[in-house]
Design a protein around this ligand. Structure first.
Ligand code: FES
Length: 111
């Protein structure tokens, strides 16, 4: 798997999320950050297989712990993408392997 640059760490608000459209079609990724910790998930809700953002690029987060699907308010944990509350509770977002290299976030990198 080849590495792809997603964004700079500072492009993602601390305690927030940013949608990175790094390839056409189904390639949009949501990058989530808390301090120096960064996680990423395919931008697709397991409830109805639609994007998590209603307004393009805007994914709501709460208390730097969960992100919320804009459609039916499912809540997903930053750390593992598991739905902890909502209509798809017990399901999970699809993780994207990322690594922070310097000030940059790369996908497709194990670890
Ligand atoms: S589509 Fe995401 S909670 Fe329903």
């Amino acid at each position: 798997m080849s590495a792809r640059f997603l964004c700079c760490v500072d492009d993602v608000p601390d305690g927030g999320a940013r949608v990175v459209d790094d390839s056409p079609g189904d390639g949009a990724v949501v990058v989530v950050r808390r301090g120096a910790s960064v996680w990423a998930y395919v931008n697709r809700c397991p409830h109805f297989s639609v994007r998590l953002d209603f307004e393009p690029g805007e994914v709501c987060t709460y208390r730097s712990k969960v992100l919320m699907c804009a459609h039916h308010s499912a809540l997903f944990a930053f750390e593992n993408g598991h739905c902890i509350e909502g209509p798809c509770e017990g399901a999970a977002l699809t993780p994207v392997a990322v690594r922070v290299v310097g000030a940059d976030v790369w996908s497709g990198v194990a670890g």
